[in-house]
Design a protein around this ligand. Structure first.
Ligand SMILES: [Zn+2]
Length: 435
């Protein structure tokens, strides 16, 4: 490959193609190519074909040394040598470019990797490559679907996490639409994403899964949603159910917030303002007691003394701490004692919000205590929710749930991307090392 064209072919790296010309436009590199075949038989009768004519088609390639590249393929059209043959004329094909495609296969695979693995916006990748949005999205669907459907993507799962995420925020035409994420809590990958957060949505998914795989699940962690509790039956009745600690504490935090806002309104006649004593300690109230330093505790007590005349917010704070206490121990027996104490304390409280708070842990008692036996929590799902949100943000709202699901699974679903050999590292040359 001592000639210039041989070098261009080496750079292009597409088997079976010959480079005819390389030219540079203002915004892109144009590489004109043809196939190297000379003799072709008719696919219909086998008679040697004759060249009919040439049709140039333009295809987008991977960027070349930082410049967008256009492949101008002078496609051959063949004609059967036998005039009586039905095949008449046909154009040649290659494994590198699909019929009617605007991207070469390797450019499509790269577009899919950037959108999936790196969670980049389809519009950005499309603009960079100089193709339209649908060209890139179709490449993501084509190259990404087999990766997501790969039966080896998800192995046996012992601990399943079920958690809801926002799919579409409410608009004038529809309420907030949720999606249910199913997560392998140990491998920390998203197994699947289901549209909706109703019991029926979850049940449909478990019913559709491989029964042998479902039978292997030992623990299921969920938030405190009755719909999920109902949706786990009947297919996951055999699994130990765990109420996620974060969500249990959040219920107590919300109760405390509710009391604080009501007392604020009753004592000052308006919603919290910056200088109001209760508003000023709203974050300290929600912090765990063990995380407060002396100064924080002093500020908390002062705020309560000034803003909470009937000790109702204090009651809410104590109730919240009593629920949090359940998680300060690893011992299941101690945890049960603490939880029962919290439930009884709430039930006996004079404040209505606190009595109501007590009903939730009472109803979820066995699920809450199962955390101490199994160690399972939805902590890993919360981390994955961040990944899901990253995909959502870059998508600027999705119109099709299938696209959303595909992109979340490509990004956080433990997909095995086709591996590329790692290039050997070229070390930086510091002037000192030459001395
Ligand atoms: Zn023929």
């Amino acid at each position: 490959m001592s000639d210039g064209i041989g070098l261009a072919e080496a750079l292009l790296g597409l088997d079976g193609f010959r480079v005819l010309d390389v030219s540079e436009g203002p915004a892109e590199l144009v590489i004109t190519v043809e196939t190297v075949v000379a003799v072709v038989g008719c696919h219909h009768c086998g008679v040697r074909a004759e060249s009919q004519d040439r049709v140039p088609i333009d295809i987008r390639e991977l960027t070349c040394f930082g410049r967008p590249a256009r492949l101008r393929w002078i496609k051959r059209r063949w004609r059967c040598g036998d005039v009586a043959c039905d095949a008449k004329t046909w154009t040649e094909t290659t494994s590198h470019v699909d019929a009617q495609a605007v991207l070469t296969r390797r450019a499509g695979a790269e577009a899919c990797r950037q959108v999936g693995e790196e969670a980049r916006a389809v519009s950005k990748v499309a603009a960079e490559m100089g193709v339209c949005w649908w060209t890139v999205m179709n490449a993501v669907i084509e190259h990404g679907t087999p990766l997501v459907d790969d039966p080896d993507r998800i192995g046996p799962v012992l601990q399943l996490g079920v958690d809801e995420t926002n799919y579409l925020s409410a608009t004038r035409t529809h309420p907030t639409i949720y999606a249910t994420g199913l997560v392998d809590l140990q491998a920390k990958v998203v197994i699947d994403l289901v549209e909706g957060n109703a019991a029926a949505d979850l049940r449909r998914w478990t019913a559709g899964a491989d029964p042998g795989w479902i039978a292997g699940i030992e623990v299921v962690a969920t938030d405190l949603a009755e719909s999920f509790r109902a949706g786990l039956s009947p297919d996951l009745d055999h699994a130990t159910r765990v109420a996620d600690p974060f969500h249990v504490v959040r219920v107590a935090n919300r109760c405390l917030d509710k009391v604080r806002r009501r007392v604020q309104n009753e004592t000052l006649g308006h919603r919290g303002r910056k200088a109001d004593p209760l508003y000023r300690i709203r974050k300290l109230l929600l912090a765990g007691d063990e995380r407060l330093d002396d100064r924080g505790r002093d500020r908390l007590l002062l705020g309560l003394r000034v803003g909470d005349p009937h000790d109702e917010v204090l009651g809410g704070w104590l109730a919240k701490e009593s629920v949090r206490d359940v998680y300060l121990t690893d011992d299941p027996v101690v945890a049960a004692t603490l939880l029962d104490k919290a439930i009884a304390g709430c039930a006996a409280d004079a404040v209505e919000e606190i009595r109501s708070l007590g009903k939730t842990p009472a109803s979820w008692r066995s699920e809450i205590l199962a955390h101490h036996d199994t160690g399972a929590s939805n902590g890993p799902t919360e981390g994955l929710n961040l990944c899901v949100k990253r995909v959502k943000r870059c998508g600027h709202g999705f119109k099709r749930f299938e696209h959303y699901r595909l992109r979340v699974l490509l990004h956080a679903g433990g997909v095995t991307w086709p591996s590329r050999p790692r290039p050997p590292r070229i070390r930086s040359r510091s002037p000192h090392s030459n001395a």
